[in-house]
Design a protein. Structure first.
Length: 276
């Protein structure tokens, strides 16, 4: 791995639940998992079903240490965690970070509850990797590795959610999901996160028309995404957290419509790599 690589890989781009079938081949059906490579360091964001393949790739590359950051722990963002094989390898170090339940539940408590009966047949103590649980509060600035800065933000989502802005060697990626905007307003937190970012990954689960029906679900729209990207002078925009019912044809149409308003837009798909 090159020391100057700044790269994003989408291992899972869906929201709510994994999907499969002929209508979901191009954009994929795994739930949220995004990797950001900063030189030799690998950062993962969320442990949806896409993290299973991410883990296999890390083992193939003999990755010795990884940092896993949770936006929150709704099912679609953690369902793949028990199948993340590096956790079972003694030579691996896995650092897990969370802050959306600051003062209520620690990262370790959340993971131990999820990976235990009756929700899963084994307990966390079967994991042979060195596991480190790290807690923070939204608003903290994290430095998980030398030269890497993560700014953290509290997002409007039921139960709480953390957005991250990764900054490394003058480049930046904003991860803005899960977030529900107020109709007719540009969310000030999203604007701050996306300001001048090389890439913003934004919650585009719905259209503006659908938002009227799904008020309170905690998600946003592609129309809001392009307005924010344009105002914040974001360089590139990735539509993310696709609705599980959104077919390839519907996704392609959404992507084209978004590009008419903000040219450097694409709909993220499983396996996509973006070099910055």
């Amino acid at each position: 791995m090159k020391d100057d690589v700044f790269q994003v890989k989408f291992w899972g781009t869906r929201g709510s639940v994994p999907v499969s079938g002929p209508d979901f081949i191009h954009y994929g059906g795994n739930t949220a998992c995004v990797e950001v490579r900063c030189g030799t360091h690998r950062l993962l964001f969320d442990a949806g079903s896409g993290i299973r393949e991410a883990g296999l790739d890390m083992l193939a590359e003999s990755t010795p240490e990884v940092d896993l950051f949770f936006t929150h722990v709704h099912y679609d963002h953690i369902i793949g965690l028990p199948f993340f094989k590096p956790m079972y390898v003694p030579s691996t170090v896995v650092n897990m970070w969370s802050g959306h339940l600051h003062g209520v539940m620690t990262t370790g408590e959340m993971i131990e509850q999820f990976i235990s009966p009756p929700f899963f047949p084994i307990k966390l103590d079967i994991c042979k990797a060195s596991l480190a649980f790290r807690d923070f509060k939204p608003g903290d600035i994290l430095t998980p590795r030398p030269g890497i800065t993560l700014k953290t933000f509290s997002l409007n989502h039921p139960g709480g959610c953390v957005g991250y802005r990764v900054e490394w060697e003058g480049r930046s990626v904003a991860l803005v999901f899960d977030l529900e905007h107020v109709p007719g307003q540009l969310d000030p937190v999203a604007l701050e996160m996306m300001q001048g970012a090389d890439l913003a990954i934004y919650d585009s689960a719905f259209t503006d028309a659908e938002m009227q029906r799904y008020c309170g679900f905690g998600h946003s729209s592609w129309e809001q995404a392009v307005k924010l990207a344009d105002t914040a002078k974001t360089k590139n925009l990735a539509l993310f957290h696709h609705a599980p019912s959104r077919t390839d044809n519907e996704m392609a149409l959404m992507e084209r419509l978004a590009q008419e308003h903000f040219a450097n837009t694409f709909a993220a798909r499983d396996g996509m790599v973006v070099s910055l």
